[in-house]
Design a protein around this ligand. Structure first.
Ligand SMILES: Nc1ncnc2c1ncn2[C@@H]1O[C@H](COP(=O)(O)OP(=O)(O)OP(=O)(O)O)[C@@H](O)[C@H]1O
Ligand SMILES: [Mg+2]
Length: 423
């Protein structure tokens, strides 16, 4: 095909694009050229299956629009193919001298809607983010029309999950794994690599830079926490605002209290609350807010209580919905109590917020009296084979969830975009 001459691909990309194995996966570090390889592979597979259809997917639709579509269009231009985009069908009608075919773009989250398609091939970008193999199996069941039927994935590894089992753990003959490091993309700027080192802990560096499957799902969720390092006496400073990570449940409702500094340790956790119903018909959220203000009263010079800017809380993002048992939402109640409520516009992915807490363990200390938070950080585990938090033990996860909302708000980990740096 024409692009052999006009586009220099890296070795790992070339191997993935050209393999004749039915089910290849390109697993690589951030920015290693996975999405480009996925799009080029789709074009090469169209060459092997003239006038047929290939589906390309991202885990969720916003990624289709923000990542897949621009990458595919850039690849089409680079290789000099003609195309017409049909927005209604999210489809590219592609033609080149002597041939053509269709590429349709979909989200893997909505894999059920793939039913009824007749495909020659399908490719899933960032497939390791999917919680199970449903989309993969659906894709395979739609391979019905072509000379070289194929399914392929390109992804940053997310530990020993379903993807690992297919391509390593229980690998079958027609599966092939190709691995790459971020640095295998010779054009990645050093600042991109540096920012990854700044953002991620050692274990995630192995996964997100070196493209290795490492243990992210078995055992301790907050593996960055070390009692020897992170548990130290903390002095409460009455002149600084209180930051409060909160988690609402039917009960208990919990809060983790900390203060922030510019120098390390930047996060200093000094107290925790865990309250249950007293048996009266009370609003737990209101009771908690009142208890916090009572224990940590802020006074101005005249000795009058101060509210403004004194209590900053980071509640469960889902608490903006009205509570079934109350007239006001939990967030409304907190505001009425004078708390400054900070919630992200979009609920964060659990994976991202857990990564943020693990990284924050480099600059956090926790007072030994916060026994329940410490217990959580040591004992909360992932659901077997996933990066979801195991919530079966009702005594665990509340305090660490509240702390996670706060840390993710204040110290989020943003994956740098190789494309925007290189554009
Ligand atoms: N063979 C290549 N030659 C030149 N530039 C390339 C090549 N492959 C990829 N790139 C460029 O490198 C950058 C990263 O590529 P791409 O988005 O495919 O990587 P990725 O591994 O999917 O990244 P992410 O981890 O962010 O999803 C893009 O700007 C892309 O255009
Ligand atoms: Mg990508």
């Amino acid at each position: 095909m024409k692009y052999e001459a006009s586009f220099d691909v890296f070795k790992h990309q070339n191997k993935f694009i050209r393999t004749r194995k039915k089910f290849p996966a390109l697993v690589g570090g951030y920015g290693s050229g996975k999405t480009v390889a996925l799009c080029l592979k789709a074009l090469l597979e169209l060459g092997r299956n003239p006038n047929k259809t290939i589906l390309l997917a991202e885990p969720v639709y916003p990624m289709v629009r923000d990542v897949l579509q621009p990458t595919l269009e850039k690849c089409l231009k680079d290789v000099g193919f003609n195309y017409r985009y049909k927005a209604g069908e999210v489809m590219y009608d592609i033609s080149w001298t002597g041939g053509g075919g269709k590429i349709i773009l979909r989200s893997a989250e909505n894999w059920r809607r793939w039913a009824g398609l007749n495909l020659a091939g399908f490719g899933i970008d960032e497939a390791c983010l999917l919680k199970d193999d449903s989309a993969w199996r659906m894709g395979i069941s739609r391979l019905r029309d072509g000379h070289h039927l194929t399914g392929f994935t390109a992804s940053t590894p997310e530990g020993f999950n379903w993807h690992y089992n297919y391509w390593v753990g229980d690998k079958k003959n027609d599966y092939e794994l190709i691995q790459a490091k971020s640095s295998d993309n010779k054009f990645l700027p050093q600042e991109f690599i540096d920012s990854l080192y700044e953002n991620y802990d050692e274990r995630l560096i192995l996964a997100y830079l070196h493209g290795q499957y490492v243990n992210l799902q078995h055992g301790q969720t907050y593996y960055g926490f070390k009692r020897e390092k992170n548990v130290q006496e903390v002095q409460y400073n009455p002149h600084l605002p209180l930051h409060i990570g909160m988690d609402f449940n039917i009960e208990p409702i919990t809060a983790v209290l900390f203060q922030t500094y510019n120098d390390k340790p930047m996060v200093r956790v000094f107290d925790e609350f865990q309250i249950y119903h007293s048996g009266k018909n009370e609003l737990l959220t209101e009771t908690l807010a009142k208890q916090i203000k009572e224990r940590y009263e802020k006074l101005d010079l005249m000795g009058k209580p101060v509210l403004r800017g004194a209590y900053i809380c980071y509640p469960d993002p889902s608490g903006k919905n009205r509570h079934t048992s109350a007239y006001y939402s939990d967030h409304d109640i907190l505001r009425k109590e004078g708390f400054d409520v900070r919630v992200p516009r979009r609920s964060p992915l659990v994976i991202d917020s857990v990564n943020a807490v693990n990284k924050a363990m480099d600059f956090t200390i926790i007072d030994p009296k916060c026994k329940n938070l410490i217990k959580d950080l040591e004992q909360v585990v992932n659901k077997e084979g996933t990066r979801d938090i195991d919530k079966t033990n009702k005594d665990l996860t509340h305090l660490s969830d509240g702390f996670r909302y706060a840390i993710n708000y204040l110290y989020p980990i943003r994956k740098p975009r190789a494309t925007s740096i290189m554009a």
